[in-house]
Design a binder for this molecule. Structure first.
Ligand code: GDP
Length: 197
């Protein structure tokens, strides 16, 4: 899927700008600096296709990518930025909530978690929104090259426990490093099955 054409489609700041729901969609979400752009770039084999979400002015846009005319990949703005003004947080919440409720083709949200930090309150808030909207999500640990194996085991156990406590069942935790390209093929394979489903 990703060896083919991946192109930037558009940035959405208002729901009225959303493209027609004519393809399956997957979505990437996570706190600012979690490694989301790096992971999307690694997945698509393109260096600059996704830009860091914490650059000023890019925090309110939903970015759409067309993957081989078969799937839309949606990059949600990063959240949890400590110095974000309240209005920005409320804009993010409103946009995300209505996006999640309104997209019939949305197959799954990949929720990225920095393996050094584990699940934070802001991640739990998003999980709450996702469970409310009955959207399936899969947690993805990022930057695992930065921690020791023993720490990774610990954060994997803790994160799996968190996901196990959610009201609905969700697919298994994935482990990645964009730097070392760990887990990228597994993630591609997972996405490919979602594009066909
Ligand atoms: P975003 O804000 O979520 O889009 O995060 P970025 O992809 O811009 O990454 C934030 C920072 O983490 C950058 O300095 C990246 O180089 C670094 N980073 C991202 N992924 C990895 C990874 O897998 N390993 C390491 N060591 N650093 C990473």
């Amino acid at each position: 899927l990703f060896s083919r054409d991946v192109t930037f489609m558009l940035s959405v700041v208002q729901l009225s700008q959303l493209p027609p729901p004519n393809r399956p969609e997957i979505c990437f979400a996570g706190r600012s600096n979690v490694g989301k752009s790096s992971l999307i770039n690694a997945l698509t084999n393109r260096k600059g296709i996704a830009r860091a979400s914490n650059t000023p002015g890019r925090t309110r846009e939903l970015n759409y990518f067309n993957v081989d005319d078969r799937l839309n990949l949606v990059d949600l703005p990063g959240y949890g930025y400590a110095r974000a003004p309240k209005t920005a947080i409320s804009t993010w919440t409103k946009l995300t909530r209505s996006f999640l409720r309104g997209r019939a083709g949305l197959r799954r949200v990949f929720l990225l978690i920095d393996s050094r930090h584990g699940v934070k309150d802001s991640d739990l808030e998003l999980m709450e929104m996702l469970d409310d909207a009955a959207v399936t999500y899969q947690l993805v640990l990022t930057k695992t090259d930065k921690i020791k194996k023993s720490e990774l085991d610990k954060v994997m156990r803790r994160t799996s426990r968190t996901i196990g406590k959610r009201p609905a069942a969700h697919p298994e935790l994935m482990v990645t490093s964009s730097e070392k390209k760990t887990g990228i093929d597994d993630l591609r394979a997972e996405i490919a099955t979602l594009a066909l489903a």
